[in-house]
Design a protein. Structure first.
Length: 256
């Protein structure tokens, strides 16, 4: 797991630990990881905190080495690291552009490259990439973020097909839990005209957008973290040989 120790990452860590799953935390904030690790251990699971720069190849290689030395294997990989810089495209520096895409996309490639061979070797694995509603639609000022999330969705779909016959399933998960931080709008606020494109007809409000979601409303953190419906659905997909790399979140299950 590659958390920014809070939100979805923290909820996932706690949900997995509650089920007896040992959790590896990978982030730069050692103090925050230590606090989360103590919470995991209080639930009876084991925790390993590895200081990691998820955009750095050597750092991810070290993460793999320490993880396998401690636990010997990996069953579930949750790629959660992500940042967003919002500004008009002409104001971006190249460094900012690369920072967003390296954090949101390259980090996932590095982690999957490191841990997929472990999963393939035993014929079982679950990879969950935290995509975003912005991998399907966008808003002004999100050129870097939307580019990175659309790329992550493409990566997820391709990797799902690549691993479908190896017992390793790959999905993209995304949730909106607080509309104001994401959109800069209240629940009943009006979205910019055309922001959702032609793929998500709604009444122009954030609430209307939620009503087009997979479950007809915004998801809660604990629902995504608990992964309540994902494993069974993934197993059914593998049995059918689908391996589609679908996203679990706002859009209909098989929307393209």
């Amino acid at each position: 797991m590659k958390p920014s120790i809070g939100g979805v990452a923290l909820a996932c860590a706690m949900a997995l630990a509650a089920e007896g799953v040992n959790v590896v935390l990978a982030a730069r904030d050692e103090a925050a990881m230590a606090e989360v690790a103590s919470q995991i251990e209080a639930l009876g699971a084991q925790a390993l905190a590895v200081k990691t720069d998820v955009t750095d190849e050597a750092s991810i290689e070290n993460l793999q080495k320490e993880t396998l030395a401690r636990f010997g294997t990996v069953d579930i990989l949750i790629n959660n690291a992500g940042i967003n810089i919002r500004k008009p495209v002409h104001e971006f520096t190249l460094e900012e552009w690369r920072r967003v895409n390296d954090t949101n996309v390259t980090s996932v490639f590095l982690a999957c490259r490191a841990f997929v061979p472990v999963m393939k070797g035993k014929g079982y694995g679950r990879i969950i990439n935290m995509t975003s509603i912005m991998s399907h639609i966008s808003l002004p000022g999100r050129t870097a973020y939307s580019t990175s999330k659309a790329a992550l969705l493409g990566f997820t779909r391709a990797l799902a097909l690549e691993l479908a016959t190896d017992g390793v399933t790959v999905v993209g998960g995304h949730t909106v839990t607080a509309p104001e931080p994401l959109y800069g709008l209240a629940d009943t606020g009006t979205l910019p005209a055309g922001a959702m494109g032609e793929t998500l007809p709604h009444d122009g409000t954030v609430t209307g957008l939620y009503q087009q979601a997979f479950v007809g409303r915004e998801a809660e953190l604990h629902q995504l973290a608990a992964l309540e419906e994902i494993p069974a659905e993934l197993d059914r997909e593998v049995e059918r040989g689908a391996g589609r790399g679908d996203t679990v979140g706002h859009l209909p299950r098989h929307a393209e």
